[in-house]
Design a protein around this ligand. Structure first.
Ligand code: SF4
Length: 383
């Protein structure tokens, strides 16, 4: 059984609250057949879903898994999905880089992106022959919305000859103007690789200013960035860490590199969502806090029941737009298809391919904690 000390109990539960009508309008019910075919799944989510809630969830899970077979579809589930989606209907699970690789290789006609819109675009860029669906077209991202392709064109005019590295949390238009993409798994590796390849000592790394400053802290490459932020990770503070250490002596604090630099300075370990998950699985700490999106702690906790999790809760409102209900609807009605102009797709693909051609991110240089933040040039739309 996962051990979770929830410092904000119930904050990620709205996606799990269901009414009987949610089943009725979809022609679903908790029949004997559904019960028999889903009982074994309950074990995987019993720490997050009560026995009372299960009859409202099992028919949706059963219906989605049947529709996947009928449509020859797979579901790519990001680490920030709620445990019901992540554990019970996700065929591939992970961070955005892992999901991008799966999208390129998966043998299916339909991909349902259980994540946000830029992730679905990335899947479509890499798998144009497949139908890519997103359950809610409004599932956006504060980072992706902070910058446009026109902004990148202006930046390139201002800094000719300087490579542009773009975080994957961007639209296809932005990727199309980019030299190479990166994720939080491989940002340091990509920056150092591209600087060496171009023979320059300066790289533009956009749009997350905190990720860029955290990369700048561990590399000699000069970084110029953009004034974009993840609305989830920017909320964590160094004071939060001091408070957690006082309230939970001995707790290990792991932080995502989209957090502000003073948070990484005070944390014990920093890395991408997959690096945080691997750290917990490989080292089995007694007690841990993950400073990242709320549902990620639940998903890592269910895979590591021997570890005690202290769980502050910052929700991504965009990720939480994805529910079992709208996944079912997307598969049933084959909606909402993500389409990209072919010229834009081909240009964006070059930047993603350049990233995917790099060696496995496990060999990349990690982020470090305990380093003093560095000031770097930060551009904004007015620049
Ligand atoms: S967690 Fe942050 S970066 Fe990820 S989708 Fe939400 S707003 Fe965007």
């Amino acid at each position: 059984m996962a051990r979770i000390i929830d410092t904000a109990p119930g904050c990620d539960m709205p996606a799990l609250r269901r009414t009987p009508s949610a089943l009725e309008v979809r022609g679903l019910s908790y029949s004997d057949e559904v019960k028999a075919e889903t009982d074994h799944l309950y074990e995987e989510v019993k720490d997050f879903i009560t026995p009372m809630e299960w009859p409202g969830i099992a028919p949706l899970v059963h219906g989605i898994n049947k529709l996947k077979e009928e449509r020859n579809a797979v579901i790519l589930a990001h680490n920030y999905m709620t445990p019901d989606i992540f554990n019970l209907v996700g065929d591939f699970r992970g961070d955005s880089l892992q999901l991008a690789r799966e999208a390129a290789n998966v043998d299916a006609e339909v991909i349902v992106q259980a994540g946000v819109h830029f992730m679905a675009e990335t899947s479509k860029i890499l798998a144009p022959e497949k139908t890519v669906l997103i359950p809610d077209m409004e599932a956006g991202c504060s980072l992706a919305e902070s910058i446009t392709g026109a902004d990148i064109r202006l930046i390139k005019q201002k800094y000719p000859g300087i490579p542009v590295v773009t975080y994957v949390n961007t639209t296809a238009d932005v990727k199309a103007e980019t030299d190479v993409c990166c994720t939080s798994s491989n940002a340091v590796q990509v920056v150092e690789h591209v600087a060496a390849e171009w023979g320059v000592d300066k790289v533009i790394l956009i749009p997350d200013k905190y990720l860029a400053r955290n990369v700048a802290a561990v590399t000699d490459v000069e970084i110029i960035t953009w004034d974009g932020r993840c609305e989830v990770h920017e909320q964590f503070t160094a004071d939060d860490i001091h408070g957690l250490r006082e309230a939970h002596p001995g707790v290990l604090i792991l932080a995502h590199p989209e957090c502000p630099p003073d948070v990484l300075e005070a944390a014990d370990f920093a890395g991408s969502t997959s690096a945080l998950s691997n750290y917990v699985s490989e080292r089995s700490p007694n007690k841990v806090v993950l400073l990242t999106e709320c549902s990620m702690s639940d998903n890592v906790a269910s895979a590591n029941p021997e570890v005690e999790f202290v769980k502050p809760c910052n929700l991504c409102p965009h990720m939480k737009r994805i529910t079992l209900e709208n996944i079912f609807d997307a598969l049933k009605d084959m909606k909402h298809e993500v389409l990209i102009d072919e010229d834009v797709r081909l240009e964006a693909k070059k930047a993603i391919d350049a990233m995917l051609a790099l060696p496995n991110p496990k060999t990349a240089r990690p982020f470090e904690t305990g380093l003093a933040p560095k000031d770097i040039e930060t551009l904004s739309p007015a620049a």
